[in-house]
Design a protein around this ligand. Structure first.
Ligand code: GDD
Ligand code: MN
Length: 361
């Protein structure tokens, strides 16, 4: 068994694979290592590039995921697919400086639990980032330090090495959302780990494109929220509820407009309901279930199922409200709120089960 496994999440990184393996080979002389590329069904020939280097080198492995996305979850599955006592996370685009890997490994052999490739300690840097990206990174870093009380200079780093037993202690509590797996690991450990930060300078990307976008930033906000909630309430449910409130506002607006246009209450209400269901579906598809986003024919089918689920939810809502107000003589608003909460929970539970499903669990 290799002593060190390097987990490399890749999404459309074809031209970086061979140079990265060559760089690892140069940097890791004398170390027994393996590399696990975790590919989320890239469309640019990344897997063929991995196969090409693997044909000549047994240390190179591939994990191919279908119907999944996410840098953090890719790392987790890669880490779970190796038995090496030391596990490193590294980007597949050559932006992380592989030459510090031996120092990170030495730090772990000497008793550290996590060694971080750090841009924010003496001797490290963000390289050629523009002011906007650098500002966002330092803001996000500050946020995690304040909200999650993480005492690390660079908790946002995607370049680190961890002992297998430390990883195992955190693994079942991970939120596994978005990009920031190191922060997730540190915040999931019951006690603060012994950490060493090794400086390096973030390199500029040469081939391929960054996958950083607005939805990655949203994932970061969700990770912070999930860690603060300590997994008492699923964040997805919180998002679903927020989207539901937006939908309710839309519903009332359409109802009002319908009444103005002289549609009459029943028709205006039916129109508002249809618009609200459709708007909720679109928003949930992008925001709440963005990682399981439905497209094309699956999306049409998903919308039909979602509309059916919401209709059943609405009937349940009316039943609960009717019972509370009519039979138990509760105040009107108790009935209203209880009915709405009932639909919310129903729509969420059934929607999450039948509309946005993992295709490969
Ligand atoms: N398997 C998989 N699935 N890999 C992914 C995914 C995904 O959904 N998204 C991104 N990757 C891979 C990329 O192919 C690349 O190898 C690596 O993850 C990093 O993605 P980039 O898109 O290059 O990220 P970046 O350079 O903007 O951001 C990096 O910045 C941090 C520093 O602030 C992060 O990725 C961190 O790792 C890094 O420390
Ligand atoms: Mn990158």
């Amino acid at each position: 068994m290799a002593e060190l496994a390097i987990i490399i999440p890749v999404l459309n990184e074809r031209d970086n694979v061979a140079p990265l393996v060559a760089a690892l080979e140069r940097a890791l002389g004398g170390i027994d290592w393996e590399a696990v590329f975790v590919d989320d069904d890239s469309t640019d020939g990344t897997r063929e590039a991995v196969a090409n280097v693997a044909a000549a080198d047994k240390r190179i492995r591939l994990l191919h995921r279908v119907g999944r996305r996410g840098l953090s979850s890719a790392f987790i599955e890669g880490a779970n697919a190796t038995l090496a006592p030391f596990i490193a996370a590294m980007d597949g685009d050559l932006q992380h400086d592989e030459r510090i890997l031996p120092r990170m490994l030495q730090a772990l052999r000497d008793g550290a639990e996590i060694a971080i490739g750090s841009r924010y300690v003496e001797g490290g840097g963000v390289g050629e980032w523009d002011a906007t990206r650098a500002g966002m990174s330092s803001f996000a870093t500050r946020l995690s330090q304040v909200l999650l009380k993480v005492q690390v200079a660079d908790p946002m780093s995607g370049f680190f090495m961890i002992r297998r037993d430390t990883y195992d202690r955190a693994m079942r509590r991970l939120s596994a959302m978005g990009f920031k797996i190191l922060l997730d690991l540190i915040a999931s450990l019951p006690t603060p780990p012994r950490i060493v930060e090794v400086p390096y300078t973030f390199r500029a990307r040469v081939a391929g494109d960054s996958k950083m976008n607005v939805s990655v930033m949203l994932d970061y906000a969700l990770l912070l929220l999930d860690k603060m909630l300590r997994q008492t309430v699923p964040v997805r449910f919180v998002l679903f509820a927020i989207v539901g409130l937006v939908g309710l506002a839309g519903h009332l607006a359409v109802l009002r407009l319908g009444l103005f246009a002289g549609l009459g209450f029943t028709r205006a209400q039916a129109l508002a309901t249809a618009v609200a269901i459709y708007a909720n579906f679109e928003l949930d598809n992008v925001i709440t279930f963005g990682d399981l986003r439905l497209r094309g024919r699956r999306k049409v089918r998903g919308l039909i199922i979602f509309a059916a689920i919401c209709s059943v939810g609405a009937i349940g809502n009316l039943g609960v409200a009717d019972f509370l107000v009519g039979t138990s003589h509760e105040a009107w608003w108790v009935g209203g709120v209880a009915g709405a909460v009932m639909s919310l929970v129903w729509n969420y539970a059934v929607g999450a089960t039948f509309t946005w499903r993992r295709r490969f669990a």
